[in-house]
Ligand binder design. Structure first.
Ligand code: ADP
Ligand code: MG
Length: 302
């Protein structure tokens, strides 16, 4: 697979503010990659540099093989950009605006089809100024894909959406990926990154603090498991069998044990309970959630 985006030691300062402080990552063709981070992390700045709309202070960037700072019309025709608010004439209808944007590209998709795809079929004749916030965002998405680009940039594509509009947008983004498009999206929603992205980079204060698949991010797939259950009536911590090197602690009537070897600990524990004919109420084995990892890595500043 060819590399669609290559970012090396990218820096961007706004006066004294280091918005992006030396980040590096690569996005492979056909991949959906998410930059996940809280407000002010530098996500939009990074995206705008990749789109060629903002200059950088240092580092190198390649998008579809060219430097977006130099990339002219050729690059523009191959990328689709969904801005947080596109500059459009709001007196035009949805159908007119999508057709107009399609006209900027050499091989646009059929405007009617695109409008259906984003779920605005019934709004085709409506003036843009009459759209709700969620419908406006779907129009933004339509404008980003009408040129049938190879690479699509999505800046917080579902911010402000209600849950069902978010689901529909996720399906739409999935269908773009199924068409083989490369997608770079930013989000501050962990579940969005988890559902959509093949790989995620967590950005905090202009730096990448973790990168990987949603399942392995921050090492959570290999992190210690936590076993917990309610202490059976009449039993004390001292009555439990040996459960490996870790010592269980009591937390409000629940026994909590962290272990790298949950299989053996569970075997000892359930054997002990069966022999005593007691139920281990509320027995659970958990690992850190993506949210735990995110809050730890971003300092919880959401
Ligand atoms: N045009 C600008 N001028 C000055 N500072 C900016 C500008 N745009 C963004 N910043 C600052 O750069 C940092 C990163 O902003 P941004 O890239 O918009 O983050 P995000 O998209 O992750 O919320 C923030 O501290 C923000 O205040
Ligand atoms: Mg932003």
């Amino acid at each position: 697979m060819a590399t669609a985006i290559r970012v090396k030691d990218l820096h961007k300062a706004y006066g004294a503010v280091a918005a992006v402080a030396g980040i590096s990552f690569e996005v492979v063709e056909g991949e959906c990659f998410a930059l996940l981070g809280p407000n002010g992390a530098g996500k939009t700045t990074t995206l705008e540099i990749l789109e060629g709309y903002r200059d950088r202070s240092g580092g190198s960037v390649e998008v579809l093989g060219v430097d977006p700072a130099q990339g002219g019309r050729d690059l523009r025709e191959r990328i689709g950009i969904v801005l947080q608010s596109a500059g459009i004439d709001r007196e035009l209808t949805v159908g007119e605006v999508v057709a107009l944007f399609g006209g900027y590209y050499p091989h646009p998709r059929d405007p009617g089809e695109v409008i259906e795809l984003v779920g605005l079929g019934e709004k085709r004749q409506a003036r843009c100024r009459t759209l709700s916030g969620g419908q406006q965002r779907r129009l933004d998405l339509a404008l980003g894909i009408v040129g049938d680009p190879d690479l699509i940039f999505l800046d917080e594509p579902t911010t402000g959406f209600d849950p069902s509009a978010r689901r529909r947008s996720w399906e739409l983004i999935d269908s773009l990926r199924a068409l083989g498009k490369t997608i770079l999206l930013t989000t501050h929603y962990m579940d969005e990154a988890q559902n959509l992205a093949d790989r995620v980079a967590i950005l905090a204060a202009g730096r990448i603090v973790a990168e990987g698949s949603p399942a392995s991010l921050g090492g959570r797939d290999v992190a210690e498991a936590e076993i917990s259950f309610r202490l059976p009536a009449g039993a004390g911590l001292a009555d439990l069998p040996p459960l490996g090197p870790a010592r269980p602690r009591l937390d409000d009537g629940r026994v909590v044990l962290r272990t790298e070897a949950p299989t053996g600990a569970l075997h000892a524990l359930t054997g002990w309970a069966l022999a005593r004919r007691v139920e281990l109420e509320g027995l659970a084995v958990t690992r850190p959630s993506l949210e735990d990892v995110y809050l730890r890595l971003t300092g919880g500043d959401r």
